[in-house]
Design a protein around this ligand. Structure first.
Ligand code: B16
Ligand code: MG
Length: 215
């Protein structure tokens, strides 16, 4: 029986991928690296440092830890500036309907995100009060595709993996959730339609009444 829902943040609750892309593109330009939208697809769900390492590899560049930290700070400042006006209007279609339906059904809710900005973003969206837990990139030792972030979220709700549905838009996230023994809904990314249990183009198409009994 499904008792809890765990949502990835970027790409599931809010579309911040574009802002991550613009920020990394600015960093890449300064380094003379050609960073495309396709490259950005590979960074969905990937931690900030792993994203930087991916970009440096594209440009066959190697930097020491201090230089990398400076680039990470610079990227995050650009990113935070670009999302400064983020608010309720940016919540993706179908999210609020599922959240209120889940509340009606007395289900528990959590966020499981690789982003170290997750708490701040959930706050900006004015959704913090709905979640029992927001587990983010600052709270885990291993990032997706390791299941730690989702296992921690389930633990905070006192639920087993099999009692939860994870909603994810990234390959690394779906793999993480499957490894952790969760029921997984792949959202809005055709490339991951076959690796989750169910695929929906948008959360608008997800019928919680049906799937609460299906899993
Ligand atoms: P930050 P998610 C992930 O969030 C993003 O998909 C990914 O593109 C980003 O690099 C990562 O968070 C780290 O974000 O720089 O804010 O710590 O999809 O797991 O919610
Ligand atoms: Mg995501």
């Amino acid at each position: 029986m499904i008792k809890g829902l765990i949502f990835d943040l970027d790409g599931v609750i809010v579309d911040t991928a574009h802002y991550h892309y613009l920020s990394w593109r600015e960093i890449s330009r300064d380094l003379n690296i050609d960073f495309t939208v396709k490259d950005n697809e590979n960074l969905k769900g990937v931690s900030r440092i792993d994203s930087l390492n991916y970009i440096l590899k594209l440009g066959s560049l190697s930097f020491n830890t201090e230089e990398k930290n400076n680039l990470l700070d610079k990227k995050n400042n650009i990113y935070k500036h670009s999302i400064s006006t983020l608010g309720k209007k940016n919540i993706l279609k179908g999210v609020e309907k599922i959240l209120s339906k889940a509340k009606e059904k007395k289900m528990l809710l959590a966020v499981g995100s690789s982003s170290k900005n997750a708490k701040m973003i959930v706050e900006k969206l004015n959704l913090t009060h709905l979640f029992q837990a927001v587990v983010d990139g600052t709270m885990v030792k291993k990032t997706k595709p390791d299941p730690e972030v989702f296992l921690k979220a389930a633990k905070k709700m006192n639920l087993k993996s099999s009692e939860c549905i994870v909603f994810e838009d990234a390959e690394s996230g779906v793999i993480a959730a499957k490894k952790g023994g969760f029921n997984v809904v792949s959202v809005g990314n055709i490339n991951i339609r076959n690796i989750g249990d169910v695929y929906v183009e948008s959360l608008e198409d997800f019928n919680l009444d049906y799937y609460a009994k299906y899993f």
